[in-house]
Design a protein around this ligand. Structure first.
Ligand code: PHB
Length: 573
């Protein structure tokens, strides 16, 4: 397995205070991320060079944190891990403050637009407004480019000193194909990113104030980038407009996009100079001479969670590892930089313990410090962020549906609304009880199905009435409700109850119970259900037996969806 980050190869030995289990857990996470998010445990042992028993303990602790799952012999990255990257992104404030302006530019130009930050001698994406129609690759949030391949790197290298350039040369020599950058195709023999070419591009970008990527990543892909500076004149990120030679030539692109790019950069620099939403915790803590006041509760929550985990998992739960990883999650909006006391307070750790965690994370490049304040770095995104933010809603739901089926021993599914139909997007079958074979993509009318009623109940009331008035309501069994007024009343009841139970309206003998899945904004985006034999028990008994487990599955899906959807758009299909 290739090392995900070239910088890791040359990292110095850890300082004496470093927390060994934290270092080992992060090497397991990096190894999993570089393997596409899933690896056999045996391969993890080989890839990390750790003992099997160590990898097992790391995986137990990471599972308890919700950061990985084990499926048979494989370990799989889980959406909750995105909390680490979300904390960095929230602390940086870049996607929250500048993302909407980038999205607007993408709409206006009808081209892809991205925001990227410097990360060592690489460039890491923190926001993407993708409009890519041509067959070119699209980068994800968290992906890393070598600085010399792409438009933003030539802007960032402007600020490099002799040591930075030396590090860059060492990396180029050590990794001649860019294997350490899995998001880009291998560097080719006719190298357009050679040292002299890059140095000339950096100089040209310095003079022009913008930088061009003329197919440095792959044939056809072109981009123009401009730096976005903070109030002190420091370049904090680069805004890129990306196109394809099938639309514009590399010569035409700057003229076509620079005027709007410049305006957007000005708007972004204004947005960055505007006062923050609230006082930073660091400032508040310093002013009060003490750490956060009202924020004290997360610390005690963490502490009791640690105790419970230790009790349940015994020696398989490595507390120092869990504490260290939780340390990364205490940063966020208005908490971009924290003093040690605030980190200790928020994690519920003793100062000495928090300090060792921070020293370890700094050694590994995930935390930066001026000696007093600590802040997360974009490198945190290397911990599976790009892979996990590419998840779809069905991908997020699948393990929760599997766990549900394990509990209730009936088939479970997820569906979305598509016109007057529901469409299956995820399914874990047990025995087949429907006459039709339900596979992914199967469509059924919404009105006589439990998932359909839940999805209809999620519609705005006016749209619901209009739809029911127009729908073709056919009796499919002798129980099917086809009267629009009665159906409307039933759907309104579903909205009030938060679930739908439908008995033999789609098919004789078939009973199904469904609940909604909401996105971060509270909108119903999908429904999940369990289907069972109607003859097995009364509807009340079925409800008592199935609804709690079904609701827990839906909550689990929602929790993952909300973490994953904080900065990435999660497709429903
Ligand atoms: C992108 O956002 O995908 C992108 C940005 C800059 C480049 C190439 C691609 O130079």
């Amino acid at each position: 397995m290739t090392d995900p980050e070239p910088a890791v190869q040359s990292s110095p030995p850890p300082p004496p205070e470093a927390v060994g289990p934290l270092i080992r857990s992060l090497s397991v996470l990096r190894e999993l991320a570089s393997g596409g998010g899933r690896q056999a445990v045996g391969d993890l042992v080989r890839g990390t060079g750790l003992a099997r028993s160590t990898v097992d303990r790391v995986l137990s602790t990471l599972s308890r944190l919700g950061f990985v799952r084990t499926e048979g012999r494989d370990a799989v990255l889980a959406p909750r891990l995105l909390e680490l990257g979300n904390a960095y992104l929230a602390a940086s404030e870049l996607p929250d403050r500048l993302g909407p302006l980038a999205d607007r530019l993408a709409d206006e130009l009808d081209e892809s637009v991205s925001l990227a930050v410097p990360d060592g001698d690489g460039v890491r994406f923190v926001h993407q407004a993708t409009r890519r129609r041509a067959m070119s690759l699209a980068f994800r949030i968290g992906d890393l480019l070598p600085a010399e391949r792409g438009a933003p790197g030539a802007l960032f290298a402007n600020g490099w000193d002799a040591d930075d350039w030396a590090r860059w040369r060492r990396r180029r020599a050590a990794d001649p194909t860019d294997a350490g950058f899995p998001a880009v195709p291998p560097r080719r023999a006719d190298d357009t990113s050679a040292a002299a070419v890059f140095e000339a591009r950096v100089a040209a970008a310095r003079t022009a104030g913008w930088s061009l990527d003329d197919q440095l990543i792959e044939p056809g892909l072109i981009a123009v980038a401009m730096p976005v500076r903070d109030a002190d004149g420091r370049t904090v990120c680069a805004l890129s407009v990306v196109s394809h030679t099938s639309r514009l030539s590399a010569e035409e692109l700057p003229d076509a996009v620079l005027p709007r790019l410049r305006e957007t950069v000005s708007a972004m620099e204004y947005a960055l100079s505007a006062p923050q939403d609230g006082p930073s915790v660091a400032a508040a803590a310093t002013a009060a001479g003490a750490p956060t006041g009202s924020e004290a509760s997360p610390g005690s929550v963490h502490a009791s969670w640690m105790r419970a985990s230790k009790q349940e998992l015994g020696s398989e739960f490595v507390e120092s590892m869990a504490r260290g990883l939780i340390t990364l999650t205490v940063f966020g909006a208005g908490r971009a930089e924290l003093p040690l006391s605030a980190v200790a307070e928020a994690t519920g750790l003793a100062r000495a313990t928090a300090r060792r965690a921070l020293i370890t994370l700094e050694h590994l490049g995930y935390i930066a410090t001026d000696g007093r304040l600590f802040r997360p770095t974009p490198k945190v995104l290397e911990l599976g962020f790009a892979h996990l933010c590419g998840l779809t809603l069905p991908g997020i739901a699948q393990p929760h549906l599997a766990a549900l089926v394990e509990r209730v021993h009936d088939s479970a599914s997820m569906a979305i609304l598509s016109g007057d139909d529901i469409q299956y997007v995820a399914r874990v079958p047990t025995v087949r009880i429907m006459s039709v074979n339900i596979t992914l993509g199967t469509r059924l009318p919404a009105y006589p199905t439990s998932m359909g009623r839940v999805l209809l109940a999620g519609l705005p009331p006016a749209e619901l009435s209009a739809r029911l008035a127009l729908a073709d309501l056919q009796p499919l069994t002798r129980h099917t409700v086809t009267d629009p007024d009665r159906l409307l009343a039933l759907v309104e009841q579903v909205r009030a109850d938060g679930y739908a139970l439908v008995d033999e309206e789609l098919e004789e003998g078939l009973r199904s119970i469904a609940v909604p899945v909401h996105d971060r904004s509270g909108r119903v985006v999908a429904a999940v259900n369990v289907s069972t034999y109607a003859g097995r028990c009364t509807t009340d008994e079925a409800k008592a037996a199935l609804l709690p487990a079904l609701r827990e599955a839906a909550w689990g899906i929602e929790a993952d969806l909300h973490v994953a959807g904080r900065y990435a758009r999660i497709p429903v299909l």
